[in-house]
Design a protein around this ligand. Structure first.
Ligand SMILES: *[C@@H]1O[C@H](CO)[C@@H](O)[C@H](O)[C@H]1NC(C)=O
Ligand SMILES: *[C@@H]1O[C@H](CO)[C@@H](O)[C@H](O)[C@H]1NC(C)=O
Ligand SMILES: *[C@@H]1O[C@H](CO)[C@@H](O)[C@H](O)[C@H]1NC(C)=O
Ligand SMILES: *[C@@H]1O[C@H](CO)[C@@H](O)[C@H](O)[C@H]1NC(C)=O
Ligand SMILES: *[C@@H]1O[C@H](CO)[C@@H](O)[C@H](O)[C@H]1NC(C)=O
Ligand SMILES: *[C@@H]1O[C@H](CO)[C@@H](O)[C@H](O)[C@H]1NC(C)=O
Length: 768
């Protein structure tokens, strides 16, 4: 998917017109659906029409389209008033009332759409030569214009702004709102997002690239994109392209098509060659999977085999040049292929794994519970190994054979041959940067799977694990789940957390964010990125709600509560603590070093580390600092507002130094000290007057004890709740690591992956 450019052609001598067409609509007059074939508004240059057209059996919409005098049935609709609520073919009318309001009334009864305007002046509704339907007063004041409310199409000089977005049609024949959106995200970056019934995901620019890597600026907050009649497109984030026929003034449109491709169409009667308007990124399923519905691939892919839990019955198919981004369940650095394979086999829900060589780090292993965000990328230096049943016939070529899902490979070949033209260059860039869509397809597969699984009821646990994926919830659904937000289980990170039980009986933690400064689209763009973060030590986000001013996030619920609670109730022995330290370090390393750079937590503390039934740690609230505060983390290394919690905050915050991932390392170090000593760094801070505003007391205390002459320093600092039979070596190691993490100078602190290495190196060390 992505942008592509095509041409469309209409055979049109702009000659005759129906004599009953109008040049404008005055107060008190109407267009009625029964007379749709004669009764419409025509632009002075006769290029555009505005009127009723049929969208289904006895279903009509009011819209604007490129005029074609040979057919009233519009093929090139550029705007619609009521795409999701077609009106009846009888008694429906579009009227300009005396109040100055334009209303669309269905079957003489229900108002399905209105411009919400008001004026005492003799206003007129007319269609301009540029395709803009305008309601204005005689002296020219514009009260309403269709250019401010685009549906899936932009016309030349019609800007896409921070207030507007394009939403695709459901299919090439069905004009109602579909699943793809083009909008400016919270980072000022022009983005394409998929916002389906079960999942949402940003797919362009590729979410695994930082915006500058994708060639985008995120400092220009004007958020405007526009193209001109010469065929040049320019967005304030530095994204620009020109069509290959650039330079000639001709009718053009840019449409977010129902398959998620943005295409620029230009009308040119001179060229006799026709381009297929359906070219662009297409979906393909991975070997062993097939498209569920050939006529509408947004239903996704489904497996052609039964999932087996038994490792002995599984085999792996290794595929080159396909990358799957995100949704990693487990991640090991410097792993052998066999280790990675066995790791996947041990997990019933593992669908495959990615094995990749990283410069300086050896081979890394990522096991996948979901196969999403896939892209064909010939230069990708890793492989994906798909888990399939033994004795299967599925071949690597399979996905490249199916006639209608494989344009990717063909496209690339096709375009390589003519690299001199602009169109080609443009497209090649996308061919490498933008993905094939295993992403959508497969995400739907799991939705499908999890539902059937639940029905079979045997594997509730499996259902829980497999049911990851960002879903959209309605506010009323969540209100019901939380019994009217009655049971509060936590606070912080920009909101209050409530316990809830979803309609599928899963227990959830539902966070209600305080501020709803963002528009729904921007919120969604961020949520969808957070939703792709997946790690066994990260709280799973199941979904979100963005309705009106409500912004909620739905997370998995952790029975054992927070590390803070467990520390205060003395329920953790030394080995659990060590394990929690390691798990937390692993997820921080994963997020700092494997994901986008902006993913700093900035508020690591025992309240944000939750424990599952087996006391495995899961970190909560990643990415939230971004959602809750609109300040841009990408764009500079400074935050304009101090974040975090007293006692856990790195000195950088206080001295206004650049904020890097080392702030999380610092907070992590404090958490380690707290786990070892049982002493909270926040206790007693306030009472010390004139002390630095961040707290170094716990650190100083441990350092003093350690450098003292007593050999029993460890016994002196260790939490009395820890029994005496702890592993001295490991506890000493925790303290050493902690002290390294809380170095004043960030450059002296280790990275999180170095921490993992240190803690892991003695994992299997029996020495005590
Ligand atoms: C278009 O798709 C929507 C959503 O699937 C559906 O409700 C509607 O009936 C469809 N319209 C037509 C004319 O098929
Ligand atoms: C931001 O983008 C707008 C629109 O493209 C442009 O006019 C303006 O000069 C840009 N500002 C900066 C600082 O680059
Ligand atoms: C496939 O999609 C088409 C178009 O949306 C729909 O009419 C049809 O019912 C679907 N078929 C199945 C089997 O889901
Ligand atoms: C899998 O194979 C191993 C070794 O051949 C065997 O010990 C084990 O019982 C088998 N597991 C199952 C579930 O069949
Ligand atoms: C990877 O592991 C091997 C063997 O365990 C070790 O010799 C090597 O130094 C490790 N490489 C890195 C980069 O950690
Ligand atoms: C493998 O393919 C052959 C022919 O295409 C078919 O007859 C056979 O049933 C397939 N086997 C499996 C396990 O799907």
């Amino acid at each position: 998917m992505g942008f592509s450019i095509s041409l469309f052609f209409l055979l049109l001598p702009l000659s005759f017109q129906s004599s009953s067409s109008l040049s404008s609509l005055n107060k008190g007059s109407s267009l009625s659906v029964e007379k749709q074939a004669q009764h419409f508004i025509l632009s002075p240059n006769q290029m555009f029409c505005a009127g009723f057209f049929q969208v289904g059996e006895n279903a009509f919409s009011f819209g604007i389209w490129f005029n074609d005098p040979h057919s009233h049935n519009p093929i090139n609709v550029v705007w619609m008033a009521n795409r999701d609520q077609p009106v009846n073919g009888k008694l429906s009318k579009l009227s300009l009332l005396n109040s100055g309001n334009i209303v669309l009334v269905d079957a003489g009864q229900i108002t399905t759409w209105s411009s919400k305007t008001e004026s005492h002046a003799p206003v007129k509704l007319h269609l301009q030569d540029d395709g803009n339907l305008v309601l204005d007063e005689p002296q020219g004041t514009i009260l309403w214009q269709s250019f401010d409310f685009p549906t899936d199409t932009l016309l030349p000089d019609q800007p896409l702004t921070r207030f507007t977005q394009l939403v695709s049609s459901r299919s090439f024949t069905n004009h109602s709102s579909g699943f793809y959106k083009l909008l400016f995200d919270d980072n000022n970056v022009l983005s394409l997002i998929y916002d389906g019934p079960d999942v949402s995901s940003t797919y362009w620019p590729p979410p695994w690239l930082l915006s500058w890597q994708a060639g985008r600026f995120n400092y220009n907050s004007s958020r405007v994109a526009v193209f001109n009649s010469l065929g040049s497109f320019l967005s304030s984030d530095n994204y620009a392209f020109s069509t290959y026929d650039h330079g000639t003034v001709m009718p053009r449109r840019l449409t977010l098509d129902s398959d998620g491709n943005v295409r620029m169409y230009s009308r040119n009667e001179a060229l006799k060659k026709c381009f297929d308007p359906e070219r662009g990124r297409r979906c393909s399923c991975l070997p062993g999977y097939r498209v569920k519905n050939r006529s509408d691939w947004s239903y996704g892919c489904e497996p052609l085999f039964d999932i087996t839990c038994n490792g002995n019955e599984s085999t792996f198919l290794e595929i080159q040049g396909v990358e799957l981004y995100g949704y990693d369940h487990n991640f090991i650095q410097n792993s052998t292929y066999m280790n990675c394979l066995n790791l996947c086999l041990q997990d019933c829900n593992c669908k495959g794994f990615q094995y990749r060589y990283d410069e300086g780090q050896g081979f890394s292993c990522y096991t996948k519970l979901q196969l999403r965000n896939g892209r064909h990328s010939p230069g990708f230096s890793g492989t994906i190994s798909l888990r399939l049943p033994k004795g299967n016939n599925f071949s690597k070529e399979e996905s490249v054979r199916a006639e209608d899902h494989v344009c990717l490979v063909q496209l690339q070949k096709g375009y390589v041959t003519k690299p001199e033209n602009c169109y080609v260059r443009f497209f090649l860039w996308f061919a490498t940067a933008v993905g094939v869509l295993e992403l959508i397809c497969l995400s739907m597969v799991w939705g499908f799977l999890t539902r059937t699984r639940q029905k079979s009821s045997a594997d509730q646990q499996g259902y829980h694990v497999a049911a990851v994926g960002v879903r959209k919830y309605s506010y009323s659904e969540l209100k019901k789940a939380t019994k009217g937000f009655s049971e509060e289980i936590g606070r912080g990170g920009g909101g209050v957390v409530y316990k809830g039980i979803l309609s599928d009986e899963r227990h959830a933690a539902i966070k209600r964010l305080n501020e709803a400064k963002q528009g729904e689209g921007e919120f969604l763009a961020e949520v969808s990125i957070i939703g792709t973060l997946n790690h066994m030590n990260l709280i799973e986000m199941w979904g979100y709600c963005a309705e009106g001013k409500h912004r909620l996030l739905v997370y998995e619920y952790m029975e054992n509560g927070s590390l803070a609670k467990n520390l205060s109730s003395n329920s953790l022995d030394w080995s659990k603590r060590y394990n929690i330290a390691l798990g937390t370090a692993r997820v921080l390393a994963y997020l700092h070093e494997e994901c986008l750079e902006w993913i700093l937590h900035c508020d690591i503390k025992p309240q944000n580390i939750l424990l599952d039934a087996n006391y495995q740690p899961k970190v909560a609230d990643f990415g939230l600092s971004k959602l809750v505060n609109r300040n841009n983390l990408n764009n500079s290394s400074r935050f304009s507002m101090i974040r975090g919690t007293r006692g856990y905050m790195a000195p950088e915050w206080v001295y206004n130094l650049p904020i890097t991932s080392k702030v999380d390392v610092y907070s992590y170090g404090i958490v380690l000290l707290e786990m070892v000593t049982g002493k909270s760094p926040t206790i007693g801070v306030q009472s010390i007057d004139g002390e630095e505003s961040y707290n170094g007391r716990l650190v100083t205390w441990v350092k003093e004890k350690r450098s003292g002459t007593y050999s029993s320093w460890l016994e002196q600092i260790i939490d009395p709740a820890i029994e005496t039979n702890y592993n001295k070596f490991k506890m000493d190691l925790l303290v050493r690591v902690a002290l390294a993490c809380v170095e004043e100078s960030k450059d002296l602190r280790p990275t999180m992956s170095q921490v993992v290495e240190m803690l892991q190196s003695h994992e299997s060390n029996p020495k005590s």
